[in-house]
Write a protein that binds this ligand. Structure first.
Ligand code: AMP
Length: 134
């Protein structure tokens, strides 16, 4: 059965899309640690991040870098933090979180509750800042 993230890529489940190319897709995490918390996924369905090929990890990281740069412009922060967990959804993904302090990367923190309008505004703000270099 397709993962929830593959169903998002297929358009069967809605998402707040931030960026996309032929191999990767970026969208807002629905339970964000901070405004701008984004997930980057490969369209190819692989559970464990480190089971992706070397080439895929390289390309995914370059795509994530472009998304992180856009997040930082849209939501000024000290740095955009990156994390790979994958204990909840069995489809490899990178979390990108704008950080004002180290605490913003604590996944045990309470998540923000945002309205659909707020999510849509955030996604649009980030997507406008995407500069695709490939
Ligand atoms: P983890 O697998 O532990 O890295 O966590 C999976 C992440 O995916 C969590 O932060 C969830 O909030 C997020 N998530 C799960 N379902 C969706 C969805 N339908 N849209 C956006 N984010 C989701």
């Amino acid at each position: 059965m397709a993962t929830i993230f593959s169903r998002i890529v297929a358009g069967e489940i809605p998402s707040y899309k931030v960026a996309e190319n032929d191999k990767f897709y970026a969208f807002l995490d629905i339970n964000p640690l901070a405004k701008g918390h984004t997930l980057v996924i490969p369209k190819r369905e692989v559970d464990y991040f480190f089971d992706l090929t070397d080439e895929e990890i390289g390309e995914m990281q370059i795509f994530a870098k472009q998304v992180a740069e856009a997040i930082k412009k849209a939501f000024p922060c000290i740095k955009v933090g990156q994390a790979v967990l994958g204990l909840e959804v069995p489809h490899a993904h990178i979390h990108l979180v704008p950080m004002q302090s180290e605490r913003d990367m604590l996944f045990s923190n309470p998540k923000l509750k945002l309205t659909a309008e707020e999510f849509a505004e955030i996604a649009e703000k980030i997507s406008k800042e995407i500069v695709c270099r490939n």
